[in-house]
Write a protein that binds this ligand. Structure first.
Ligand code: AMP
Ligand code: MG
Length: 286
């Protein structure tokens, strides 16, 4: 970690944000900056610096993928509307070479998707070796919006927590490092962000009248998020709980989580699969 940055983080984001038995969604300070003592200006400056580190690591992952390494990273972004999932993709993932990124957004299932098991559409978008996959919403919608709106019978969504755990266990065993980020915006901040969408022509496209109706279901969503953390934060695929009222913090935190995940792969540059000296000689004569 950079010198200034290491002073500003009192504890690594991967430790402080990791969901545990004591994580209470109802008590989370969504305006907080856990583990980070700097101000916004420190955070935005550090984001640039750390974005460059992330970019270097991603290039190494990509290079290894090209050499046959089957490992990958999957960033799962879950959060209520306006939590900042799109901005996360632009400002965090924007630091890395788009060639190495596989981005998938999951909306209301299509009629075809509805005819299949809920993990069908997810399985089709998993990252290949060397890639960073990014899920803007995910299989977790099937225990969030689906649970809150009762879109399937209760025993069906109840069974999904364990199905998801089994699914993710297999993914991890096959070489995917999961970085699951639960993004929490406060009810008040959401109101501000929705109001902004109504005030700015460049934001109308993000506004969906049903977002206002969803606000009435806020408590049910909070319960569903709590159950998700309680039942699917595993040793092999833990959740990270990120306060999102301050966008600069959430972006910095997720950058750190990705860096930690990539560093955990212990990557190095793949060796040449040709005779370097021989090639130098050939080039000199060419
Ligand atoms: P947005 O991300 O703002 O484009 O909205 C996508 C919408 O799709 C959200 O309202 C999600 O709740 C909804 N959605 C995503 N997955 C599912 C699902 N499996 N079942 C029902 N609705 C979903
Ligand atoms: Mg939306």
């Amino acid at each position: 970690m950079a010198k200034a940055g290491s002073k500003l983080w009192q504890r690594p984001a991967s430790e402080i944000l990791r969901a545990g038995p004591g994580t209470l969604v109802a008590e989370l300070d969504r305006n907080g900056t856990p583990g980070f003592s700097g101000a916004k200006s420190d955070g935005t400056a550090l984001l640039e610096e750390r974005g460059a580190v992330l970019s270097g690591l991603q290039e190494m992952l990509y290079a290894n993928g090209r050499s046959g390494d089957s490992r990958s990273v999957l960033l799962v972004l879950q959060g209520m509307d306006t939590a900042g999932k799109g901005g996360m993709v632009r400002h965090v993932i924007g630091h890395v070479d788009p060639q190495g990124v596989d981005h998938a957004a999951f909306g209301v299932p299509t009629p075809e998707e509805k005819r299949h098991h809920f993990l069908w559409r997810i399985s089709k978008r998993l990252p290949r070796g060397g890639q960073i996959g990014v899920f803007d919403r995910s299989h977790y919608e099937d225990v969030l919006v689906v649970r809150v709106h009762g879109l399937v019978p209760t025993p069906v969504w109840q069974g999904r927590y364990e199905e998801i755990n089994q699914f993710e266990r297999t993914l991890v065993a096959e070489g995917t490092t999961l970085v699951k980020v639960a993004m929490f915006v406060s009810l008040e901040e959401q109101k501000k962000r929705l109001a902004e969408r109504l005030d700015r022509p460049d934001k109308y496209w993000k506004y969906n009248p049903s977002d206002v109706d969803e606000r009435a279901l806020w408590p049910a969503y909070q319960e569903a998020y709590q159950a998700m953390l309680d039942r699917t934060s595993t040793e092999y695929a833990p959740w990270y709980v990120v306060p999102c009222d301050r966008k600069w913090y959430s972006r910095l935190a997720v950058t750190e989580l990705l860096i930690t995940a990539l560093e955990g792969l212990d990557l190095s540059w793949p060796p040449a699969d040709f005779d370097i000296e021989h090639e130098k000689g050939r080039l000199a004569d060419a």
